[in-house]
Design a protein around this ligand. Structure first.
Ligand code: AMP
Length: 215
């Protein structure tokens, strides 16, 4: 069961991918998470990716393709996987094809730009435990402080307003074309990304059933 989650930054695909991982018991592979960990650990990969990420640009295709290729060889991917944030360019999708990896469903989570802006600028993360908050939709009990561990909440560098603008433009220009690319393969399932996390999850699982993929 090989699934791709498409959708702009802030569409909630990371949250949905984690929920799908629980229900379908297949791993979620987020290139964004892998790259952020590499930057935090100051690895060679992190050093190469840092500047692009900071600007909201995409990291070069060869780098991310290599990361995904290696990750997909791990044993936990044997029954399938959920790709979250990859592919992001047609070149990356072509690379997946070359690796002979067959994708059964590309779920496209649709959210308009104004809503995305509000969602992305409000995101906060705990420096200590990684818990996620949102200043409008899921605020912590005390401003700037994690409810669980009292850690400091911070805003991801790439969630600052100028960077978000860039990320949305990059999505439009480089990632959106993937929708028609996968439409040609007849595997796109678009779902409305506005609603509660549970409502959206319900839409995605319904879509996956239509694709013949049940938990
Ligand atoms: P995300 O958490 O998926 O929004 O990714 C954060 C950042 O990591 C993006 O803005 C890119 O700089 C980089 N990134 C993540 N996935 C990819 C990818 N598939 N191709 C290129 N860059 C990526």
């Amino acid at each position: 069961m090989n699934i791709i989650l498409l959708g702009p930054p802030g569409s909630g695909k990371g949250t949905q991918a984690k929920m799908l991982m629980e229900v379908y018991t297949i791993p979620q592979i987020s290139t964004g998470d892998i790259l952020r960990a590499a930057v935090a650990n100051q690895t060679a990969l992190g050093k190469q990716a840092k500047e692009c990420m900071h600007k909201g640009a995409l990291v070069p295709d060869e780098l991310v393709v290599r990361i995904v290729e290696e990750r997909l060889k791990e044993r936990d991917c044997g029954r399938g996987f959920i790709l979250d944030g990859f592919p992001r360019t047609v070149a990356q999708a072509e690379a997946l094809d070359r690796l002979n990896i067959k994708i059964e469903a590309a779920v496209n989570v649709e959210v308009g730009n104004d809503e995305l802006m509000k969602r992305l600028t409000g995101r906060r993360t705990c420096r200590t435990c990684g818990a996620m908050y949102h200043i409008y939709f899921n605020p912590p009990r005390r401003d700037g402080v994690c409810d669980t561990c009292n850690g400091e909440l911070y805003q991801r560098d790439d969630d600052k307003e100028e960077t978000i603008q860039t990320r949305l433009v990059v999505y439009e220009q480089q990632t959106n074309p993937l929708i028609s690319w996968y439409q040609k393969k007849n595997i796109v399932y678009s779902v409305d990304g506005i609603g509660t996390v549970q409502e959206i999850f319900g839409r995605i699982t319904e879509a996956l059933k239509k694709a013949g993929l049940s938990a």
